[in-house]
Design a protein around this ligand. Sequence first.
Ligand code: R5P
Length: 310
Amino acid sequence: MKLIAGSSNSPLAEAISAYLDIPLTQANIKRFSDDEIFVEIMENVRGEDAFFIQSTSHPANDHLMELLIAMDALKRGSARRITAVIPYFGYARQDRKTGSRAPITAKLVANLITAAGADRVLTLELHAGQIQGFFDIPVDNLIVSPVFIPHLQENLNGDDLCIVSPDVGGVVRARALAKRMGADLAIIDKRREKAGVSEVMHVIGEVKGKKCIMVDDIVDSGGTLCNAAGALKENGAKEVHAYVVHGVLSGKAIERITASPLEKMVITDSIAATDAVKKAHNIEVVSIAPLIGEAARRIHEERSISALFK
Ligand code: R5P
């Protein structure tokens, strides 16, 4: 088994390597003067079960291209099997045609990864589960509950919990967590009553006097979460917390979150934390390295991954 790190998230790759007690195979990743990317695997991988770890996070295009080039390098180096380990799978939000001449980038990226040489994909909480079907190679789409549920139980247990989906699209995820926690469920429904009038947030469910826990797969600009947190407070929530898998956190997201009524937002290290994230008073990062490491080990040993979630 060989573990190779792309340049998107070295701390996570090192933590996975430490969990598995397998050193990272050195790779020389550099740029030519015109910014073309070069990836050379510095050790023999002939006949090996190779895992290349790369989130396609910001700068998404560079990290994606690096992943594709690494797949090609591993294929030409005769690795026996190549697994693209993509803790954060970017371009996933364009997962259907939203207009007459709009792309489906999640499918395009799936095609690119396969064509580049990946034999399988290991990822975490895809924006939409059906993206697995965009690949014709096996995809293991891990769920984050083995990391989030113990954290929640340790820090926020009680009978006044209410799990909240900050938008209608996230109801399935929120309902699953509410069931596991034996907690109530609420949903935020954003509606623009008339064209040109700003959106109104309707809270469906009882949140008055409750500790509200919002769950989502992505926090990007922070708009969805911060607006929802405000609506929950206006509806009488006692505290508002959030558990979000992928901290994309672009633009002014950190400023918005630190100024919001969110007591705490827990994210994973699927995307490397910037200094601003580390300094933010109400953001905590929990590691998915053991989860990804264990899944990689089970792929290598041809053992069940679903057993991890029972
Ligand atoms: C949307 O479908 C996603 O689940 C997230 O709610 C969304 O990407 C969050 O984006 P932002 O933080 O920019 O509101």
